[in-house]
Design a protein around this ligand. Structure first.
Ligand code: CA
Length: 231
């Protein structure tokens, strides 16, 4: 397990590094925010401990930048005992846990192990239904590995269907989730868009994953499993 310690107090960093190495971890230390960010962006870590009060770029900024760059390595934020920063803020910024300074090494180790067990918690996980995959962060869609170009509305529609795979969704439900709040136009717009989507995600693959359930609504099926409710 590889740990990055971002900490400007050299003595503390060295103490934690030695302790973790004695527990079998591989440890890198960055002594300021910029260096920490740079390392975390270019190398793979299993966990990052991040001090908040750092010269240059503070811990909040580092955390925010990492999440914005789709780095979901668990982050344990180290907060000062009676610092001006709020711990809730640390979690808002995308940290996974926080530990108040001064801390005992045993507690730090326990927190690190707990976070490692939990693993990465992506805020925007890639959705997959059979051979179809949608990445909300990069806004890309592929089917059987081939990229599919969608308009923003088609993308939102597909995202909603994938979140609710196999469920039958009514036109009203779909409008409420995909169209702007307060849309009171014709519900048949859904049918039109289902047609557009089918032409992109089904027709070229000779698939029938996007089904119309007469009188009820629509559902998206997994093309890689036989569905017993299929007619
Ligand atoms: Ca500090």
């Amino acid at each position: 397990m590889r740990v990055l310690i971002v900490e400007d107090e050299l003595r503390l960093a060295t103490y934690v590094k030695r302790g973790l190495e004695a527990e079998g971890f591989t440890v890198d230390v960055a002594l300021d925010g910029e260096e920490g960010l740079e390392r975390a962006l270019t190398e793979e870590y299993d966990i990052i401990t991040l001090d908040i009060m750092l010269p240059g770029m503070n811990g909040y900024k580092v955390c925010e930048q990492l999440r914005a760059n789709d780095i979901w390595t668990p982050i344990l934020m180290l907060t000062a005992k009676d610092g001006e920063y709020d711990e809730a803020e640390a979690l808002d910024m995308g940290a996974d846990d926080f530990l108040r300074k001064p801390f005992s090494f045993v507690v730090l180790l326990a927190r690190i192990r707990a976070l490692l067990r939990r693993g990465k918690t992506e805020r925007n996980p890639v959705l997959t239904v059979g051979s179809l995959s949608l990445d909300p962060s990069s806004r890309t869609v592929t089917k059987q590995g081939s990229p599919i170009e969608l308009t923003p509305r088609e993308f939102s529609l597909l995202e909603y269907l994938m979140h609710n795979k196999s469920d039958v969704l009514s036109k009203r439900q779909i409008i409420d989730h995909v169209w702007d709040w307060g849309y009171d136009g014709d519900e048949n717009i859904v049918e039109v868009y289902m047609g557009y989507l089918r032409k992109k995600i089904d027709t070229p693959f000779e698939a029938k994953t996007l089904q119309t359930v007469r009188g009820i609504g629509y559902r998206l099926l997994d093309d890689t499993v036989r569905n017993s409710t299929d007619a």
